[in-house]
Write a protein that binds this ligand. Sequence first.
Ligand code: IVH
Length: 683
Amino acid sequence: MTTPATETAPSSPAEYEGAVGRAREAAAAYYGDGGSPLDDASYDELLRAIEAWEKDHPEHVAADSPTGKVGAGAAPVGDIAHTTRLLSLDNAFSPENLLSWGASVARRLGRPVTGGWAIDLKLDGAAIAARYRAGRLERIITRGNGTHGEDVSHVIGTIVGLPTRLDAPLTVEVRGEVLFSHEQFEDANRVRAEHGAKLFPNPRNATSGTLRAKNRPYELPMTFFAYGAVELEAETFLPDGATHAEILQAVADAGVQTTADTPAGLHVFTTLAEVQQQVDVIAARRPSLPFDIDGAVIRANDTAEQSAVGVGSRFPHWAIAYKYPAVERMTTLKRVTWEVGRTGVIAPTAELEPVEVGGTIVTRATLHNPADIRRRDLRLGDHVTVRRAGDVIPQVQAPVVALRPGGAEPVPLPEVCPNCGGEINKAKERWRCAKGSACRLPALIEYAAGRDQLDIEGLGTRYVKALVESGAVSDIGDLFTLTVEQLSAASGSDKRGAKLAEQIAAAKSLPLNRIFCALGILGTGRSMSRRIAAYFRTMDAIRAADADALRWVEGIGPEKAPVVVEQVADMAPVIAKLVAAGVNMEEPEQDTESSDEGPLAGKTVVVTGKMTDVLDGYGRNEMNELIEKAGGRAGSSVNSKTDYLVAAETGGKPSTKAVKAAALGVTVLTPGAFAELVADFIG
Ligand code: IVH
């Protein structure tokens, strides 16, 4: 069973009660052992379905409904009273949601907002209140149920950005988010492994676990960013009538890190259109941020306007969270396959029940190594969380033990090398074939010499074996520096040696697509290599491409792109050998070259996304052909030389390319508008 992707609104009181029960169970598990049967995205959806029913049936709202409560009423509540309530935030999921929230703010205010909108990151950690007295950090309290929280002062002194002493003897309560940066998270799990402790499935879980754990024999550093401050005991700290941005500046001046210090900063805009642009810029930057975010927070910047707009039972009316798609989802682990890499490493891959993560369907994910599989106690058939942060290859995070089917078998580990059937070297955590790179080398060299690659006729299994065993060839780069003598020795005849040398010399001037294909990059056979070479034209351009750029080659999806990028990067030493040997690294121009006539004469056009309208079904090759017929040149990435970006509508979140085009002032055309421009050349 996998998590349902879509929650439909309950249609009867019984269904409603069932939905409330499921939501409460999920929330309790979330704050308890982390064994929630729902992932965040599904939980959000369930909550929205419950809310929709409650709106239509206000008289039937269950007393234990999670909708009216901070933390769904399931967060651990401590005994420390908060100075003023720690509120949660309402969510927006689309530009329309943002605009209608803006309209509701104006309605409550009786006029449009004049103090502007502040926007910063919605950090995915845990909310805390940190009380400073006379400049000393005295107490840290969790959000709890919003009015009471737990004392977690044991973490004082372990949080980057939350100093134990301020720069001035101030008495103030700073509020913000504590989290594990990606680097801190990796370190924390390393320390946990050393102590034989269970690994944290994700940074947010690590945060709540660390706040709760009072007697650990080790310390795990975290990071803090403030997003607010409250005055304590009539001490004036905040400038009179300060704006939100000024409050954060005062907090920063006292020595505390704020959301203005994050890579995306804190920005104040006059219009919600500008805010939406920043929402899109943050979405584009999300993959490269050093910590997890789940959205952006937008609020009225003027605190007088905030007071006038007011707060509801759970949310302030003057602020909203614009949520991005979840990067972590839950699915089922079907089986684990093992592949031997170029260097002999035996790498496991999880085969999953297909699940949508961050907008794309994931069916395979990386697992680290056998020791990690055992540490996480993964079993076949387990519910697992899968994470795809940014352009990295999706990874399996953790099993949800509470949902484990009865009798689930531990993931079997290989007993012999899955490639050659030989012995496995288990000395390190990453297992290798005992033969090392020699395990796959003969097959790789033979493949490279094949007709569709370097076309070195006669270089078959026997001679390749001899060359590898003599140590003359340890990668395909070595083929090009072999002497006639070495080739003669390997083939047992001077005549054959001379013929092989001739063919190897001829292979140096083959087009890039053949050389690239010879590298044996997984997932790039003959026609894919042709498409890659035709698109990028030079090996340098292929090497410079990130996963996003590669996806514009027809047939390269979100799962393949990062894998290809990683393999191309690994091949750097081999490519260097090829270049040094004088091997051609360019793809010759095709016949359909750009001309100086046509509506696109002299223009460079970049295409992104799925084409629509008249161009419906046009793939990468068709679009390139069309651009060239109309006199233009097809580019692979948006830069200062780009004239047009043809971008499919994405229904909200613009692509990275669209954001870049907007920043560079490149004209962006919809597929429909572009089709009109080149109408004479279509069909
Ligand atoms: S403002 C009254 N700003 O999101 C406004 N919250 O879902 C209260 N969060 O409990 C919060 N980043 O833990 C605010 N830049 C940010 C935030 C942020 C993360 C968290 C916070 C809050 C939750 C609401």
